[in-house]
Design a protein around this ligand. Structure first.
Ligand code: 2HA
Ligand code: ZN
Length: 273
């Protein structure tokens, strides 16, 4: 058996590579993590080693005790993952207190899990709870159009949600709960992790002003597809705002309500005012 042939690892490598091709991961930008299923861990157990010391996560995630994550390395380049996954990716195990983690596979040339480990694990903690164990993927990247909008739109959940819903008919169906926005903050620490995970209680998308986006989903396709959809919508809005001051016509609140009915999603009224 070859660990790198496992489906969850192949899919992880696939989306990180596609994300790089899309220009979302300049240099060492962005990071991703996957909460590995127990049966997948059983299957790869022979490849894991338990001789590394525990390190502090920096936040407390008791409901993730004993969980394993596949995660990108700090300072590692997405561009390099495809050819050298074992140098650039890690599998970590969370201890029984939910405060520490240890490396059990990967980062063969040294290193640590992503600098955004606190945000990834806080988001996983919230999502595991809120989605009854179904969400497993957290993906962070730096897509240019989403970032551009954080310089011109008010940094409000309702404004981002409504503007991005209006830019393509599929958007309200793909992210019916809306989008959360975090004001500019220093990345990589506990404070931004707390602010982001608070938004993840409500949304599957959190935008970091002047930095990038975090998305959560059940699997790789859904989560990556969510980033694609939001960034495409942001690209359309950037084009529209570049052409005119005001839209001549748009998808109206009434249109959105009709859409919600037919597609059986519920759109919060707070975003339809
Ligand atoms: O460089 O994207 O947010 C990695 C990051 C930090
Ligand atoms: Zn980033």
């Amino acid at each position: 058996m070859d660990l790198l042939k496992e489906e969850f690892i192949r899919e992880f490598i696939d989306i990180t590579n596609e994300g790089y091709q899309k220009g979302w991961h300049e240099r060492n930008g962005g990071n991703a993590s996957y909460r590995i299923k127990p049966e997948e861990i059983e299957h790869i157990k022979p490849y894991l080693t338990y001789d590394k010391p525990y390190d502090k996560i920096g936040v407390s995630v008791p409901n993730l005790k004993g969980e394993y994550f596949l995660i990108t390395g700090s300072g590692k380049y997405f561009r390099k993952i495809k050819n050298k996954p074992d140098e650039n990716l890690a599998i970590i195990e969370i201890d029984s207190s939910g405060q520490n983690y240890r490396l059990v596979w990967g980062l063969t040339k040294g290193g640590r899990p992503t600098s955004e480990l606190p945000t990834h694990l806080m988001n996983h903690s919230v999502k595991k709870d809120r989605t009854h164990n179904s969400h497993r993927v957290i993906y962070h990247c730096h897509p240019a159009n989403v970032i551009a909008l954080t310089f011109v739109l008010p940094l409000e959940d309702a404004v981002f949600t409504r503007e991005l819903w209006e830019m393509a008919t599929e958007c309200p169906v793909v992210f019916p709960d809306g989008i959360g926005v975090v004001d500019w903050m220093v990345p990589g620490g506990r404070d931004i992790a707390l602010s982001t995970s608070k938004l993840m209680e409500k949304y599957n998308v959190a935008i970091w002003a002047h930095h990038g986006i975090f998305c959560s989903g059940e699997d790789f396709d859904e989560t990556f597809g969510l980033v694609e959809t939001v960034e495409k919508s942001a690209e359309i809005l950037v084009k529209v705002l570049s052409m005119v001051n005001e839209k001549r016509q748009t998808i109206t609140p009434e249109n959105l309500r009709d859409l919600a009915k037919d597609f059986q999603v519920s759109l919060p009224e707070e975003f339809l005012q």
